[in-house]
Design a protein around this ligand. Sequence first.
Ligand code: DHB
Ligand code: FE
Length: 279
Amino acid sequence: MAEIVGAYFTSHVPAIGGAIARGDQGDPYWKPFFDGFPKVREWLNEVKPDVAITFSNDHGLNFFLDKMPTFAVGAAEQYTNADEGWGLPTYKPMQGFPELSWHIINNLVEDEFDPVSCQEMLVDHALSIPFELAWPDADAWPVRVVPIGINTVQHPLPSAKRCLALGRSVHKAVTSWQGNERIVVIGTGGLSHQLDGERAGFINKDYDAFCMDSLASDPDAMTRDSIHEIVRLAGTQGVEILNWIAARGALGPAAREIHRNYHIPISNTAAATMVLEAA
Ligand code: DHB
Ligand code: FE
């Protein structure tokens, strides 16, 4: 039986890639953020996943405002890294797992979700940065990937309740998968941030604490707010918390928090990292 070993959540601020490239991890600006990662790496090293099911948002690379799927599931053999213009290094490609992707897509459709299946997909900083942070010295990524994209960019966005249900449906799909892989769920983005407009730089520690406190024990609490309320509470880009909510659903019913780090700000973002284990 395949096993979901736990879930790793992190912000995906592109500037982190610049700090890694310059070797700035020990710099006073960056240290409190990077200090959150030895524990993540130690845990990954213990649980040794060989597959990652990831929840993130595309930032205009595969999907622009003209065509915006609410939910997109990658079903490619390989995912090449590219970005929408942050000047980041190009990271190594990720290997896909099309059989598991199609199993998940089939199950989502049976559960009355309507995902777009993507046999070609690029991955941007929303995956490359979390992977670089988790496996900084890897010659090749140790996991095959099923990337799931959620629209957090072009309104109307799916509700938090819908995203949690999507994640739960992915969990259900894994329970009927016949392989014996060790699967880590990854949710990226957030926490509160707003990159543009009058509230640029907006951060909301209280809402972030509410999300981090709810994640393991009461993820349904995170579905209390409408999308417009989440934008008000978390910022226009802080709505990336939807990726965390879906990932939490995919982890399974009961979870235990084993690690958390929170630091303000990295760029314009309240940067957070968490690890949960299935309980
Ligand atoms: C920043 C944060 C993001 O989530 C993103 O996708 C791009 C930029 C930032 O804080 O700079
Ligand atoms: Fe983002």
